[in-house]
Ligand binder design. Structure first.
Ligand SMILES: [Cu+2]
Length: 226
């Protein structure tokens, strides 16, 4: 027992040195849990949830980011994509037919001429806001890119929950969005003070029933020859 003591002391010293190096700084950031519940009490999955700093929260340095929204079976996959402003999005078409992707949304207007595969360069999304995507050939194709002004975002899981880790302390606006939410957008926002550590939780309970979102309708094979 008494011979083991110096070894314990050494381990303790190394452990303190590890923390002192700044590899882990549990005192500066906390977890945020966002819950979304429908009017009927069921969890709402696949909704966008964001925590946007208000005022003087130090912003994490913006990295160059890229991601993709695919096209499969005449649908955008995923149908809802959330990205931080400044992100480039690829629109590969892995379908058997060609698509002509466009957006008329003020946050990002663009058009990709009729294509298959990976013909077009990625599109950059710099302005926060909602970008609604369509296809000039297939009216049933609808996709959404939610451009967030924060690196703290995600989508709710099957339990209607999104957990954000390592959120620096400060004041945040917590917002949730989904094309199936019929409630006023203003009611889908709450401010939250994130402390130095621990976990804060914010819950949203919808008042209106979820609305149906345009879903891709299967066309008979050979409906178009592109
Ligand atoms: Cu199409």
């Amino acid at each position: 027992m008494h011979k083991a003591a110096p070894r314990h002391a050494l381990i303790g010293l190394l452990w303190s040195a590890f923390f002192a190096c700044g590899h882990v700084s549990p005192a500066l950031a906390a977890g945020v849990q966002i819950n979304l519940i429908a009017a009927d009490g069921r969890p709402v999955a696949d909704a966008v949830a964001t925590a946007t700093p208000i005022g003087a929260v130090p912003k994490r340095p913006r990295e160059r980011k890229s991601t993709a929204m695919d096209q499969l079976n005449k649908a955008f996959v995923p149908q809802v994509l959330v990205v931080e402003s400044g992100t480039s999005v690829d629109f590969p078409n892995n379908d058997s037919v060609s698509h002509q992707v466009y957006s008329f949304s003020p946050a990002r207007k663009f058009q990709l001429s009729l294509y298959k595969g990976e013909l077009h360069a990625p599109v950059q999304f710099d302005t926060p806001g909602l970008v609604v995507l369509g296809c000039n050939i297939h009216d049933s194709m609808v996709g959404y890119i939610y451009v967030a002004d924060t690196p703290y975002f995600g989508k709710t899981d099957r339990a209607g929950i999104l957990r954000l880790d390592q959120v620096p302390r400060g004041r945040y606006r917590i917002q949730v969005w989904s094309p199936s939410i019929a409630d006023e957008p203003g009611s889908m926002s709450k401010d939250l003070e994130v402390e130095e550590s621990g976990e804060s939780a914010v819950s949203f309970r919808l008042r209106k029933p979820l609305r149906s979102v345009p879903q891709p309708r299967p066309h008979p094979e050979g409906w178009d020859a592109y």
